[in-house]
Design a protein around this ligand. Structure first.
Ligand code: PLP
Length: 408
């Protein structure tokens, strides 16, 4: 059992007030708060270990290099990659997907080829493919989502053709909370000889991920959604696939040798890490992973499920019709909804005045909004530091807001 009150002390921001009200932070799917250990790691990095990494002969450079490479090994262990070479540090999920989309299109796609995505993707797993589609004349095929918010596996199966080259789908929907059956998704793709990229932005913070057990060819995620710093994330790629992709950017670090006649690219993972990497961010990222490992991913998942169940029950008790978007059997701790005919934005603005932080709008998933026939939702998303008491405050805030806006 997690001791939530003790855990909350690790997150100083949770103590603050907003408009003189205690902060109730329910916007964890957008970004998570940082434990003191992560912030301290950044401070310590800059105060005590700061020097540019790789190639430095002096003590500090070697210490910073070792810390950065140890961070890579931590990420490797966390997702159970086979080798640290299969972990590329990126700016986050978005950059990781762009890296794969760009490299894949350059090296492996021809006009008429097809990439399968799903109707529940975040824009960051749509637009990079559209950019490549426009350049290379490739087609993007979209697997449908059913009324419960689950991926329609028949629709997915039917999309495969002799021209399918890659599948790129999210593990967990940031709007619906749906946990997709990624093992099945991958097995089906592999039976057609097609590799799979999984967007793990919303899964890695909430559940144990083992990329080898899943069989994913690429798996991407962001540190800031798992209690780590902003501006860094990871791309896991099977060595055989990373070897096939050309470098994403050129510059220092990613070369073995340069002359004006010929440049030889560095080996993995450095081939994809041009320029000075965020070596302070990487160590703080690793610290965040150690933090959640200490709590236990299984305990985190169980507790967050309890919060989701509780919040789902409570908002249905409101004296106004509530539409919940995302009724999948297997859901992550995301609750998207609309109350009566109240606009999501009005609801979010008024909740904010009570110190309650939720997200409103299309959640960077406009095609999904279109499929649902709505413009946006209110989204409350829970982390292990949230409590049932906070959910009570949130539901009381909803009740007051509903009364104010419907003048009951
Ligand atoms: N994919 C999903 C499912 C997300 O929820 C998000 C962010 O909300 C992203 C990708 C993009 O992540 P980032 O902005 O950290 O690159």
């Amino acid at each position: 059992m997690l001791d939530i009150q003790t855990i909350r002390k690790d997150f100083p921001i949770l103590e603050r007030t907003v408009y003189d009200k205690p902060l109730v932070y329910l916007d964890n799917a957008a970004t998570t708060q940082k434990p003191a250990a992560v912030v301290e790691k950044i401070r310590d990095g800059y105060y005590n270990v700061n020097a540019n990494i790789h190639r430095g002969v002096h003590f500090l450079s070697q210490a910073a290099t070792e810390a950065h490479e140890e961070a890579r090994r931590e990420v490797q262990r966390f997702v159970n990659a086979r080798s640290p070479h299969e972990i590329i540090f990126t700016r986050g999920t978005t950059e990781a997907i762009n890296l794969v989309a760009s490299g894949f299109a350059d090296a492996l796609l021809s006009p008429g080829d097809e990439v399968i995505i799903s109707a529940m993707e975040h824009h960051s797993n749509i637009v990079p493919w559209q950019i490549q589609a426009a350049k290379r004349d490739i087609a993007i095929m979209v697997a449908a989502v059913d009324e419960k918010g689950e991926l329609c596996m028949d629709s997915y199966r039917r999309l495969f053709s002799g021209r399918t080259r890659l599948v790129a789908v999210t593990h967990v929907s940031n709007v619906l909370g749906t946990v997709n059956p990624v093992e099945d998704i991958i097995n089906i793709a592999h039976s057609h000889g097609v590799p799979v990229l999984i967007d793990g932005a919303q899964s890695v913070p909430h559940t144990r991920v083992d990329v080898q057990a899943l069989g994913a060819d690429f798996y991407v995620f962001s540190a800031h959604k798992i209690y780590g710093p902003t501006g860094i994330g990871a791309l896991y790629g099977k060595e055989e696939w990373l070897d096939k992709l050309p470098p994403y950017q050129g510059g220092g670090e990613m070369i073995a040798s340069v002359s004006f006649e010929k440049t030889v690219f560095n080996e993995l993972p450095f081939k994809f890490e041009a320029g000075t990497p965020d070596y302070i961010g990487s160590t703080a990222f690793a610290e965040a992973l150690r933090y959640v490992e200490r709590l236990g991913m299984d305990q985190i998942a169980d507790y967050e499920q309890e919060l989701l169940r509780y919040a789902t029950e409570r908002i249905q008790s409101l004296d106004v019709p509530v539409r919940i978007f995302g009724r999948a059997d297997h859901k992550s701790s995301v609750l998207s909804f609309l109350t009566g005919d109240i606009h999501h934005y009005d609801m979010g603005m008024l909740l904010d005045r009570f110190g309650i932080a939720v997200r409103t709008g299309h959640h960077c998933a406009q095609p999904l909004m279109k499929a649902l026939g709505i413009e946006g939702t209110v989204r409350a998303s829970f982390a292990f530091y949230n409590t049932k008491e906070e959910i009570d405050v949130f539901v009381a805030g909803l009740e007051r807001t509903v009364k104010m806006l419907t003048k009951r």
